[in-house]
Design a protein around this ligand. Structure first.
Ligand code: NAD
Ligand code: ZN
Ligand code: ZN
Length: 351
């Protein structure tokens, strides 16, 4: 009998995900089959399901790029992983490995890159087909549920902080203290930075303080640029904008110290006006950053394996995905929801 699996599927942009049953796929040459244990829900999954970005996925597709699981089967020629290994299937699903960007470890911008849960089916499913050359290797001692947010929210903020070039002892602003930001605060502290967390939700900011933020600013109260400049004596050396809101971007540039770097990682649809005179006259760098390469992944996971960074997770079943999306859209998820597949329903049942 063919084995069956469940998946939550985007059938049309802006519509609730549908629960579908498929045959469990067989990995082809060079592929592996991963049995999902847990998958984080990133705000990017919401952008994907809404078709928010200029480059769109093709429905029907299964979102999810924080899927962690055990290798259940390997295709012909696979040597880098073996059955039973715990791996993560990230946003950077695969790349060509040969272009100028891949050769420089910038495979994230490879023209042939595929994206998990976007151009390839992702982790909102009992099983995932993956490319063994690009999976995350989960260190021993790190459970699937706690590892899930690290393979997107973790790597993205860790790499983004490095891209600000802020050094130990200097100030960094983490704008947006949600799924990405709550990890960004912890990475920044572990890297010796002084952290100012900015959000529009007092609950998120209270949590940011618990996670070690030295200063918090609610962008809804007064002028957040003034507040940051005052608290950091002239602006932050690095600013990392994770907020999925355009308003946060212009503010983030304004919070950047002279000669500092403002790194953009949040991806709300649209554009924002750059105050040209301020950027030029203050010699500010504005830089985009997109997840991270495979070495960044290993480093980001290592912080967690050493106990220096820990994802705050709320577990939910796959069947709750549409409610989780609603909450995420309204800023009602405290940190990260992780879909828990350990209590998977028997094949053929409705979830
Ligand atoms: P999230 O919903 O978990 O968190 C967003 C946080 O931003 C919330 O705490 C919210 O209160 C806060 N926020 C909203 N408006 C704000 C404002 N004006 N100022 C300050 N804070 C504000 O989302 P997430 O999963 O952390 O993802 C955030 C964004 O990052 C999304 O747009 C996502 O697509 C993007 N993203 C980018 C990359 C990348 O590689 N560049 C990777 C992952 C996610
Ligand atoms: Zn993500
Ligand atoms: Zn390439």
């Amino acid at each position: 009998m063919t084995r069956k699996m469940h998946a939550a599927v985007v059938v049309a942009f802006g519509k609730p995900l549908e629960f579908r049953e498929y045959d469990v796929p067989t990995p082809g040459p060079g592929q592996i089959l991963v049995k999902t244990e847990a998958c984080g829900v990133c705000h990017t999954d919401l952008h994907a399901a809404n078709g928010d970005w200029p480059v769109k996925p093709n429905p029907p597709f299964t979102p999810g790029h924080e899927g962690i699981g055990l290798v259940a089967a390997i295709g012909a020629g696979v040597r880098t992983v073996k059955e039973g290994d715990r791996v993560g299937v990230p946003w950077l699903y695969s790349a060509c490995g040969h272009c100028e960007y891949c050769l420089q470890a910038w495979e994230t911008v490879c023209a042939k890159a595929e994206f998990g849960g976007y151009t390839k089916n992702g982790g909102f499913a009992d099983y995932i087909i993956a490319d063994p050359d690009y999976v995350a290797h989960i260190p021993k001692g790190l459970g699937a549920k706690e590892a899930a947010p690290l393979i997107c929210a973790g790597i993205t903020t860790y790499k983004g902080i490095k891209q600000t070039e802020a050094r130990a002892g200097e100030w960094i602003v983490i704008s947006g203290a949600g799924g990405l930001g709550h990890l960004g605060i912890q990475y920044a502290k572990a890297m010796g930075l002084r952290v100012c967390a900015v959000d529009i939700d007092d609950g998120k900011l209270a949590h940011a303080t618990k996670l070690g933020a030295d200063m918090v600013v609610n962008a809804k109260n007064g002028d957040p640029i003034e507040a940051v400049k005052k608290g950091t004596d002239g602006g932050a050396h690095g600013v990392l904008i994770t907020a999925p809101s355009l308003g946060a971007f212009k503010q983030g540039v304004g919070m950047t110290r002279k000669r500092g770097t403002c790194v953009l990682v949040g991806l709300p649809p649209g554009d924002f006006p750059l105050p040209l005179f301020d950027v030029v006259a203050n010699c500010i760098t504005v830089r985009g950053s997109f997840v991270g390469n495979r070495e960044d992944m290993a480093e980001a996971l290592s912080f967690a394996a050493q106990g220096k960074v820990k994802a705050d997770i709320e577990l939910q079943p796959l069947s709750a995905i549409n409610e989780v999306f609603q909450r995420l859209a309204h800023g009602d998820v405290p940190s990260r929801v992780v879909l828990d597949f350990s209590g998977a329903a028997p094949v053929g049942s409705k979830r």
